[in-house]
Ligand binder design. Structure first.
Ligand SMILES: [Zn+2]
Length: 228
């Protein structure tokens, strides 16, 4: 970015993110990354296009708990971060984090706390989020195809037009989730809690909703038929 010293990342959001159109339910914030570049790259640890990255290094690059506590809404700006194939687990604090358009393809986020995280338009295909806490997270237009979302907490999450085709949501808690236009083709929702969830215009072709709790679920104009 113009005016940024060579030893600084300079990744400009959203200008430098070519993976997605900006999709978020939150106010759009523009930002320019001023983190130091890696020794052998022109981007910082988060934005350098190399993977996998060590969870310990990523955790060390996060704000301290005291710093995070000072920011009520967004504790860390990581829009456009490249974390593909990273084994993050619970090591890297990502609650209240802006991760719009981040590449988390095949990332392991088992048991991670992602409450209030903004993952609009993020790539989460085949990611593992088993048992993760995504309460009030924003995942609008995120690509979650084939993701492992077993027993995740998705209460109050925003899943507008989220691609969940082939995702495993068995045992997930989707109470009060907003799933307008979400693609749940071939999704596995066995035992999921969809109490008061809004699935208007959602596609549930060949989805398995056996034993799912549909109390108060809105299914207006949802596509529910099986292909066979
Ligand atoms: Zn950066």
């Amino acid at each position: 970015m113009d005016g940024v010293p060579a030893e600084r990342c300079g990744y400009a959001w959203p200008r430098d993110c070519d993976r997605v159109a900006v999709a978020t339910g939150r106010p759009i914030h523009q930002s320019c990354c001023f983190r130091p570049t890696l020794a052998d790259a022109d981007r910082c640890l988060w934005h350098a296009d190399r993977t996998p990255k060590a969870a310990t290094a990523l955790a060390e690059a996060c704000p301290s708990p005291a710093m995070r506590a000072q920011h009520r809404t967004v504790a860390h700006l990581l829009d456009g971060a490249i974390l593909r194939d990273c084994q993050l687990g619970t090591a890297v604090p990502l609650a209240n984090t802006a991760l719009i358009g981040a590449d988390l393809t095949r990332a392991d986020l088992t048991g991670a706390t992602l409450t209030n995280a903004d993952l609009g338009g993020a790539l989460l295909g085949e990611a593992t989020l088993r048992g993760a806490d995504l309460h009030n997270a924003g995942l609008s237009r995120a690509d979650c195809r084939g993701a492992d979302l077993r027993n995740t907490d998705l209460t109050d999450s925003l899943l507008w037009q989220t691609n969940l085709a082939g995702a495993d949501l068995s045992g997930a808690d989707l109470t009060d989730a907003f799933l307008w236009g979400a693609d749940l083709t071939d999704a596995f929702l066995w035992g999921a809690d969809l109490t008061d969830a809004d699935l208007t215009d959602a596609v549930l072709v060949d989805a398995n909703i056996e034993d799912a709790d549909l109390t108060g679920t809105t299914l207006t104009q949802a596509t529910l038929w099986a292909s066979q």
